[in-house]
Design a protein around this ligand. Structure first.
Ligand code: SF4
Ligand code: SF4
Length: 269
């Protein structure tokens, strides 16, 4: 995918340490753990290149249909069979049909979405995140699995930066200093190890039920007669499911720690 001039950062493939494949359906599986996603990408890649340097997509598709079926999160979102690893070191993921892999020959015409859609799609993160937010998020994550989860979650990034900026009294975003990379990494890492994450059909703030999905809510008033958390957007983005108000307090403490760590890193830096 070529990067249009209006977007200075290529969020899909920002550098050679990671890339994203979220809109190709990478996470649209009931079990979207890193382990199963790695297996899927590995299987796709091995099968694809076992058919030669520039395989016939139809032959690949037919052989791939013999893979064991997996349960999708949302039936109406397409999970593309052509997503795989793009490099030998297994750091970058993306489209196995892309012309960059086939001496300029574009094979995406054989895909479900076709060349025009695959080439021209730029998700809302491109326009909703500021360039500073995009830059900071891309710089802080060096792993394809976490990167895709983070870069597509606008609330998760924006809300955290807004809170930190407000507390620091900053009018401009200044989150690209190297000193704060570690603090940002620790916050983003919550996506993979959130102790209050729902075990249901969730991906970030979205709740799925077969053919439909909606934005989840935490029912503070209804469940416990309390006010919404000051970190509500972040907690929803983390797919939180709480059993007691004490759980919410514990979760808020964790977020508070991450905010304080970033502020401290910023001030020291
Ligand atoms: S979800 Fe966005 S960043 Fe990720 S591959 Fe798609 S367009 Fe690129
Ligand atoms: S063909 Fe399109 S949807 Fe499929 S992996 Fe390539 S870019 Fe993604």
């Amino acid at each position: 995918m070529e990067q249009p001039a209006r977007y200075p950062i290529h969020l899909c493939q920002p550098d050679d340490t990671k890339s994203c494949g979220a809109c190709c359906g990478l996470y649209n599986w009931l079990d979207h753990s890193k382990e199963t996603r790695t297996l899927l990408l590995e299987s796709n890649t091995s099968l694809f290149f076992s058919l030669g340097e520039t395989p016939d997509p139809d032959v690949y598709r037919e052989l791939r249909s013999e893979f064991s079926p997996q349960h999708k999160l949302c039936d109406t979102i397409y999970n593309c069979e052509f997503i795989g690893f793009l490099d030998k070191s297994r750091k970058n993921i993306g489209c196995l049909l892309h012309p960059a892999l086939h001496h300029g020959v574009d094979l995406r015409g054989c895909s479900f979405y076709g060349v025009e859609m695959c080439d021209g799609h730029f998700c809302p993160s491109y326009s909703s995140l500021t360039v500073a937010e995009q830059d900071a998020a891309a710089a802080a994550v060096d792993d394809w699995y976490l990167y895709g989860l983070v870069i597509t979650d606008i609330d998760f990034i924006k809300e955290f930066f807004n809170i930190v900026q407000n507390r620091l009294g900053l009018k401009r975003e200044l989150f690209t200093k190297p000193a704060i990379k570690k603090a940002l990494q620790d916050y983003f890492q919550l996506k993979e190890c959130w102790k209050f994450a729902s075990r249901g059909s969730r991906l970030g703030k979205y709740c799925f039920s077969r053919a439909e999905y909606h934005i989840a809510r935490i029912e503070y008033e209804k469940s416990w007669a309390i006010k919404p958390s000051r970190f509500d957007k972040i907690l929803v983005s983390l797919a939180s499911e709480f059993k007691t108000p004490a759980d919410i307090c514990a979760a808020e403490l964790i977020i508070e720690e991450k905010i304080n760590a970033l502020i401290a890193a910023y001030q020291e830096g």
